[in-house]
Design a protein around this ligand. Structure first.
Ligand SMILES: O=C(O)[C@@H](CO)OP(=O)(O)O
Length: 206
């Protein structure tokens, strides 16, 4: 029984590089981002991982990361489900703005609250709590059954959609999740117990 869940934040995107709020906008990966995604795939291959199914968002930076990983592990044609439930949090009116310009306009503290607080949404966007309200039910009803059936499941998604998922898996409080940061292209491997609790967590950082 594998009961393995692998979470990977996409590689660096063009807008990560330009330091822009991205949210539901759809920039491509940079060269570095492609390399990070391939490196994630190589790390998973080195662990001998083979997947039963993959899940990603409807945004190309996550989809391309997912495909790089599947190519690396020799499963290019694996069934892959794309769903907006796994999209990055919607950054609302901040989408497309430079993060440093936003700090100059609204102040360091306000921008940090919008980026990392649990329940304060950016203007016309989603808080992490709002994001979790779509990610967690999707996990419970669609992803988790594959894991509990003994499968090995790949999820290639986004910084904040994965923060929301990890918050629930790790049982973090709204306070604790403010300090949770995910690196681009860093795989996080969870193994679950039969009762769906977390048996182990392994972060494949460099
Ligand atoms: O812009 C975004 O969509 C996210 C992820 O890149 O940014 P942040 O880390 O500020 O939440």
């Amino acid at each position: 029984m594998s009961r393995t869940l692998v979470l990977v934040r996409h590689g660096q995107s063009e807008w990560n590089l330009k330091n822009l709020f991205t949210g539901w906008r759809d920039p491509d990966l940079t060269e570095k981002g492609h390399a990070e995604a391939k490196a994630a795939g190589e790390k998973l291959k080195a662990r001998g991982l083979k997947f039963d199914i993959a899940f990603t968002s409807v945004l190309q930076r996550a989809q391309k990361t997912c495909q790089h990983i599947l190519d690396c592990v020799g499963q290019s044609d694996l069934e892959t489900i794309r769903d907006r439930a796994l999209n990055e949090r919607d950054y609302g009116d901040l989408s497309g703005l430079n993060k440093n310009d936003a700090r100059l306009k609204w102040g360091e503290e306000q921008v940090h609250i919008w980026r990392r607080s649990y329940d304060v949404p950016p203007p016309n966007g989603e808080s992490l709590k709002d994001t979790g309200a779509r990610v967690w039910p999707y996990y419970l009803h669609t992803l988790q059954p594959h894991v509990l059936a003994g499968g090995t499941v790949l999820v290639a998604a986004h910084g904040n959609s994965l923060r929301a998922l990890i918050m629930a898996l790790d049982g973090l409080s709204g306070e604790e999740v403010t300090g949770l940061e995910l690196g681009t292209g860093v795989p996080v491997i969870y193994r679950l117990n039969a009762d769906s609790t977390v048996a182990s967590k392994d972060i494949l950082a460099d």
